[in-house]
Design a protein around this ligand. Structure first.
Ligand code: ZN
Length: 394
C-alpha cells in the first residue's frame, strides 16, 4: 500500500453505494449481499430503482439471475459513479477518540514491554477532506480495470492523511455503525483546491500501476504486429516457392515442345504452357500485393494496433466527505514487569500518531527497528542504548 492512496475493494463499493443511495433518499433492505433498493420518484436522478434487487459481487457473471449485478465495471456501478460524479455529494462526519480503538504502537514489540493503558486527551479539532475517486483504466482492445480509491488531505495544509481515509472506510464498513453527521460545509474554492490536492495523490499512486499496464499493452501490441508481419512473410515465402515451381514447369514444358513428334501432342503442350503462364502471372500479382503490404500496409497497421492498445485513464471524484477529527495527546503507559513508564505522543484520531517518541538517553527515534525498553527510571531504545550496548541492571 502506498502512503498516498488506498486501493479499495468490495468494502468501498458497499460503502460508496450505501452512502450514495442514502443521499438520494433511497430505502435499502439488506439481506447479506442482496439488497432491495427503492429510490423515491421525486429524487432528481437518472437512476431508477424500484424494489430492485441488486446483488453485490466481485464479478457480474456470478450474480443471481433475478438480481441486477453490482460489481466494479457493471452497468449499475458505472451509472452510480456517473450519477455521483454529476451530483458530487458532500458529506460530513466527525471522528472522535470514542470512535476508534488505539493500535499498539510500532515501537512496542516482543514480550518484554507491554502497553497497559492509552489515554487520549483532545485539544482541538482539525478538518480533512476525504475524497472517493473512481479510476477507470482501459485500452480500447481488451483491458479494463475499475478502482475506487479513497484519499484524504488535511484542509488546512493539504498534508496527506492516508490513514484517515482508511479509518473512515473501516468505520463505515462496520455493521450498522455510522459516524456522526456534522453538517459541516466548506467554501467552494476550498473544496476545489482540496479535491485537486487529492487528485494529485491518486494520480501519483496509480502512476506505477498505469505504467505497468501501459508496458503490458505495448508488449501486446508488439506481439500482434509481429504476428501480422510473420503472417505476411510466410505468405510471401509460400507464394515465392509456388511461383518458382510453376516457372520450372513452364521451362520443362518449353524444352519438350520442340521434341514432340505428333502435332496434337505439341499443341497440347503449348496449350498447357499458356495455362501455366497465366497462373504464373496471377501468382506474381499476388506476390506483388504481399510485398506492397509489407512495405506500405505494415506501418499503417502498426499505428492502428498501437492505437487500439493505447491506455485511457479516467479519474473522477465521486463523493467527498469533510472529516472533523480530534487532535491532542495520547498518553501511552507501558510496563515490563517491575518497571513502568508513560509516554506522550501527538495524536490525531483516525490519522494516528504524528510523531515518534525518542530514546531518553541518546535521542534516537523509537520505532519497529529500535523498540522501547525500560531501564531504571527511563525509557530507551533496545537498538541504540539497550541490552546490546549496556546490559540492563537487575
Ligand atoms: Zn538511545
Amino acid at each position: 500500500m502506498t502512503d498516498a492512496a488506498l486501493p479499495v475493494t468490495e468494502r468501498a463499493v458497499d460503502e460508496f453505494v450505501t452512502d450514495y443511495l442514502e443521499s438520494l433518499g433511497a430505502t435499502i433492505r439488506k439481506e447479506g449481499r442482496r439488497w432491495t433498493v427503492s429510490i423515491p420518484d421525486e429524487t432528481a436522478t437518472e437512476l431508477s430503482l424500484n424494489d430492485t434487487v441488486i446483488h453485490l459481487t466481485a464479478d457480474s457473471e456470478e450474480a443471481d439471475d433475478d438480481a441486477v449485478p453490482l460489481a466494479p465495471g457493471s452497468d449499475l456501478f458505472e451509472r452510480l459513479v456517473d450519477d455521483a460524479t454529476e451530483r458530487a455529494p458532500l458529506g460530513s462526519v466527525s471522528l472522535t477518540g470514542d470512535d476508534i480503538e488505539f493500535d499498539t504502537p510500532d515501537w512496542v514489540t516482543g514480550d518484554a514491554v507491554e502497553v497497559t493503558d492509552q489515554q487520549f486527551t483532545p485539544y482541538y479539532d482539525r478538518n480533512a477532506l476525504c475524497v472517493l475517486f473512481h479510476v477507470g483504466i482501459e485500452t480500447v482492445s481488451e483491458y479494463q480495470r475499475d478502482l475506487l480509491r479513497a484519499v484524504a488531505v488535511d484542509l488546512a495544509d493539504h498534508e496527506p492523511r492516508p490513514k484517515l481515509a482508511q479509518t473512515c472506510l473501516d468505520l463505515s464498513g462496520r455493521n450498522g455503525t455510522s459516524l456522526a453527521e456534522t453538517g459541516h460545509t466548506i467554501e467552494h474554492d476550498e473544496l476545489v483546491e482540496a479535491i485537486s490536492a487529492c487528485r494529485e495523490m491518486v494520480e501519483g499512486a496509480i502512476d506505477s500501476e498505469a505504467q505497468e499496464i501501459r508496458e503490458k499493452a505495448t508488449r501486446a501490441a508488439s506481439v500482434e504486429i509481429e504476428e501480422y508481419r510473420q503472417y505476411l512473410r510466410q505468405q510471401q515465402t509460400e507464394l515465392e516457392d509456388e511461383t518458382q515451381r510453376l516457372a520450372d514447369r513452364v521451362d520443362e514444358l518449353s524444352e519438350t515442345i520442340d521434341a514432340a513428334s505428333e502435332r496434337e501432342e505439341r499443341l497440347e503442350r503449348l496449350r498447357k504452357r499458356k495455362e501455366f503462364r497465366r497462373e504464373l502471372a496471377d501468382l506474381r500479382d499476388e506476390l506483388d500485393d504481399i510485398r506492397d503490404s509489407l512495405d506500405r500496409d505494415l506501418p499503417e497497421r502498426r499505428a492502428t494496433i498501437r492505437d487500439r492498445h493505447a491506455l485511457t485513464i479516467r479519474i473522477r471524484p465521486v463523493t467527498a466527505t469533510v472529516i472533523t477529527y480530534e487532535r491532542g495527546d495520547l498518553d501511552i503507559s507501558v510496563r515490563d514487569g517491575s518497571r513502568s513508564a508513560t509516554l506522550t505522543c501527538d495524536y490525531a484520531v483516525g490519522a494516528g500518531m504524528l510523531n515518534q517518541p525518542t530514546c531518553e538517553q541518546c535521542g534516537a527515534v523509537l520505532d519497529g527497528q529500535n523498540p522501547i525498553v525500560l531501564s531504571d527510571a527511563i525509557s530507551i531504545g533496545r537498538q541504540c542504548c539497550g541490552e546490546a550496548n549496556h546490559p540492563p541492571s537487575l
